[in-house]
Unconditional design. Structure first.
Lengths: 591, 233
């Protein structure tokens, strides 16, 4: 059933796989959509960026994209840590635009969110706005429009900031892998379709065949009972992604899957791959069959290296990995979307005439009771047991953490008490909210739906340890609990049941440490992004707290992080799924 | 650029409000949806339509519901409802308004209160109560389920029940249970928006309705093969 579907969708999006890809003449492989293989790079400290329209053709149909310097993705900007950066951004569109520097710590005035960043109201047509800030950090980041749906139509690009000090990560080659989702549709139409028929893009619903196979395997009664809650709640177990490969063509550095981005290596080299998810709506599950990936950085910040086979890259997240191909062969960078409706791909190869094999998409997973925020201890047949933060984590190198007198196994909070019952505000009740988690779990070591027990070592947030000690990190002064809420079938999204248009700004006090706890009362993953300040993830080990700028809140789950409120002004705080962002959004005022 | 026009249009419409990204999260949208079909009966082959439309926002909409039947180019049955619809539960809307039956004549006007939404087990329900002149009352229940044979091949059983509070011989409706219609349609979604279908429709009149209809020499029970298209935009 899925195969049939895929072949149809491949036709629609112009994706070819396997044998068809082998037939492509290698000489055209470098001829990407804009006639190149990947990214333009601009290096230095003063930049001129021109935002305009550009004809593109990813699917066989010509469309207009929103681009920077006629490039999609926008050019890779390469800064040096400590430099004063000046960017002259000129708007050649006939509508307002803006650029937000995602993950960079800078003054509110330079953060680029119209109407929220201090004294910034967007860049009007024909105008030039000059952004000035110090590159205060190093690592892999990105930039994108914060106006309208321009991010969907192409306005996103990578940023790499080289460190002043010696890079703790050694590598011979350095590639940015920016993943994104392209649609030929007008994004306004996509949004309207979702409002009129929320499962419009979901062609992986459970069907007759799947029901019969369940009955065969489990019997009628068990099948009925397994599906009972979903049926009673009127929800789909295949509600994995709002927008899918039905309309999306997934791009690697702006190159379609049938063309395929190519990165060259010489065997024995250490290759650094900087993965950035610049999608509007797509979570990618990334792996390179045949290669272990050593994750060295998360959201631009160095972490204790951890070796994995696969990782989930939420919208707006970045991971840097090191791979060491030992053989003279090709390796396919395979990034399937979370709903298994398509993929982005690239090839690492010693020779551009060699073409890699593309794996099949994984089986479409079903959401489980844990993804509904149900108490898993009462459920049988769950594929993810209750979490025990006190056990040592497998695959971690704790050797250097074994200092005398230091108990890092259960420092700080007792995570088991965090899986307690939850209170829901009055504003969460009504026609705009279709679900409330009864018992959201702190699921740091849960790789998430579709990646559980798949036979591969999948990165989880529990694997993230800051490379540097975070000893002496002050305890939070207060806690703010925010619930991610929505009504899927009406396609409405909100925080605490209140959408942005109706919400008061959140007030943070300058100098305080806030613990943000998110409870996800929906069945979708939401990548939450706080502008201007770091999100320091509470993993249970306060000595090595990893810092991120975007935190995935898994369906029906709970997660906490600390924020050192060290940046004055007004900031955006929102779900980074573009069609959720309009309403699942808060303004934060630091006073 | 069409894209741009749409966004600018929206910006103009809601320019007073500064929303995230500048786009209104709850724009005014409109949707038209319906089924038109031919029913195969000896000789007459009536054309039947059932077309609804709404315009509005997430939780408040104006609804139009229209249905009717045409035989040999002449409309034999037709009704139109104009309703204000407000969401009251995650899956339920309450709708108030008026309904006019244009055919059969004499025409009748009703006040309407309806509950429309999705019941557990994903059963789509539209339950309406009607109050007319001279103490006339009526109830109608519409329920539909969708069984997915594949992502595009969908079987939908459907039932409609009509109950009236008093006899109205002029329009051939009788007190009590008046009629039950049961349909089974198999559609193939060429696209989300357009799906041809085939199916069967079985209908039976009861009580005084059956008597009135029988007196006119019409069938009180019939089964028909139907072919049609289901669409929305």
């Amino acid at each position: 059933m899925n195969n049939k579907l895929l072949s149809r969708r491949q036709f629609v999006t112009g994706v070819t796989m396997g044998a068809a890809a082998l037939a492509i003449n290698p000489s055209i492989l470098f001829a990407g959509v804009s006639g190149k293989n990947g990214l333009n790079t601009l290096t230095g400290s003063v930049f001129n960026l021109n935002i305009g329209e550009q004809a593109v053709n990813f699917t066989g149909t010509q469309r207009k994209a929103t681009t920077v310097n006629n490039s999609l993705p926008a050019p890779l900007l390469r800064f040096k840590e400590g430099d004063d950066i000046v960017l002259h951004v000129t708007n050649h569109l006939s509508e307002p635009t803006s650029i937000h520097w995602h993950g960079l710590i800078l003054p509110s005035e330079m953060d680029g969110v119209p109407g929220i960043s201090n004294d910034f109201y967007g860049i009007k047509p024909g105008e030039t706005f000059t952004y000035r800030f110090k590159a205060a950090q190093s690592g892999t980041y990105w930039y994108h429009s914060h106006s309208g749906f321009q991010e969907q139509t192409g306005l996103y690009g990578p940023i790499v900031i080289d460190p002043i000090e010696k890079d703790p990560v050694a590598y011979d080659k350095d590639y940015v892998i920016m993943l994104s989702d392209w649609t030929d549709e007008n994004p306004m139409d996509v949004y309207a379709k979702l409002k009129k028929l929320s499962h419009y893009y979901n062609f992986n619903e459970r069907t007759h065949e799947d029901l019969m196979s369940d009955i065969d395997k489990k019997g009628l009664e068990n099948t009925w009972n397994d599906r009972k809650m979903w049926n009673q709640m009127r929800m789909s177990q295949r509600d994995l992604s709002d927008v899918t490969g039905y309309t999306y063509t997934y791009l690697t550095n702006g190159v379609t899957p049938d063309k395929g981005w190519i990165g060259l290596f010489a065997k024995g080299e250490k290759v650094r791959l900087r993965f950035i998810n610049g999608s509007a709506m797509t979570f990618f599950d990334v792996r390179i069959p045949g290669l272990k990936m050593t994750v060295v950085s998360a959201d631009g910040q160095n972490i204790d290296p951890v070796s994995v086979d696969e990782f989930r890259l939420g919208v707006a997240e970045t991971y840097d990995v090191i791979v060491e191909p030992k053989d003279d062969r090709t390796y396919t960078i395979f990034a399937q979307d979370i709903s298994r409706s398509g993929y982005a791909r690239g090839t690492l190869t010693p020779d551009i005439s060699m073409i890699g094999e593309v794996p099949e998409l994984d089986v479409v997973p079903n959401l489980t009771h844990s993804d509904m925020g149900m108490d898993m201890s009462n459920m049988s047949g769950m594929d993810h047991g209750s979490m025990d933060m006190s056990k040592p984590m497998k695959g971690m190198d704790h050797s250097k953490m074994n200092m005398p007198g230091m108990d890092h196994s259960n420092k700080g909070r007792d995570m088991s008490t965090m899986d307690s019952m939850v209170m829901h505000a009055d504003t969460e009740f009504g026609p705009h909210v279709d679900m409330r988690s009864e018992s959201p779990q702190y699921r740091l070591d849960d790789p998430g739906v579709g990646l559980r027990n798949n036979g591969r070592k999948v990165l989880t947030y529990a694997d993230l340890y800051n490379l540097n000690m975070t000893h002496g990190y002050p305890d939070p002064d207060r806690e703010i609990e925010l619930h991610l809420t929505g009504n899927m079938s009406r396609y409405m999204w909100s925080i605490n049941g209140v959408k942005f248009a109706d919400a008061e700004p959140l007030q943070f006090k300058f100098g305080e440490v806030v613990r943000i706890t998110f409870v996800n009362d929906t069945m979708m993953n939401h990548p939450m992004h706080l502008h201007g300040m770091w999100s320091d993830l509470e993993t249970g080990d306060n000595m090595y707290i990893p810092r991120k700028h975007t935190i995935i809140v898994q369906p029906g789950a709970k997660i906490s992080y600390r924020v050192k409120v060290d940046a004055k002004g007004s900031w955006a705080y929102h779900c980074h799924l573009l069609y959720h962002m309009l309403s699942m959004f808060r303004r934060v005022d630091v006073v | 650029m069409k894209n741009l026009k749409a966004i600018i249009g929206l910006l103009l419409l809601f320019s007073a409000q500064a929303y995230a990204g500048g786009v209104e999260d709850d724009p005014i949208l409109a949707k038209v949806m319906g089924e038109v079909e031919i029913r195969k009966v000896d000789g007459s082959d009536p054309r039947v339509w059932n077309i609804d439309a709404w315009i509005g926002k997430d939780l408040e909409k104006l609804w139009i519901k229209s249905e009717g039947e045409m035989v040999n180019g002449k409309i034999t049955e037709s009704e139109l409802q104009l309703l204000y619809s407000k969401a009251i539960e995650p899956y339920w809307d309450i709708q108030y308004g008026i309904k006019k039956d244009f055919k059969p004549t004499p025409s009748r006007v009703w006040g309407v209160v309806a509950i429309k939404g999705v019941a557990p087990y994903l059963i789509e329900v539209d339950a309406s109560a009607f109050i007319g002149k001279s103490g006339r009352t009526a109830l109608r229940l519409d329920a539909e389920y969708e069984y997915m044979f594949s992502q595009k091949l969908v079987l939908s059983p459907e039932v409609e029940i009509n109950i009236f509070g008093k006899d109205d011989e002029a329009t051939s409706t009788g007190k009590g249970l008046s009629n039950i219609d049961v349909g089974l349609r198999l559609r193939y979604e060429l696209s989300r928006e357009f799906a041809p279908y085939i199916g069967i429709n079985w209908g039976k009149k009861y009580g005084n309705t059956a008597t009135f209809v029988g007196n006119e020499g019409e069938d009180i029970e019939d089964a028909q093969l139907v072919t049609g298209v289901r669409f929305w935009f």
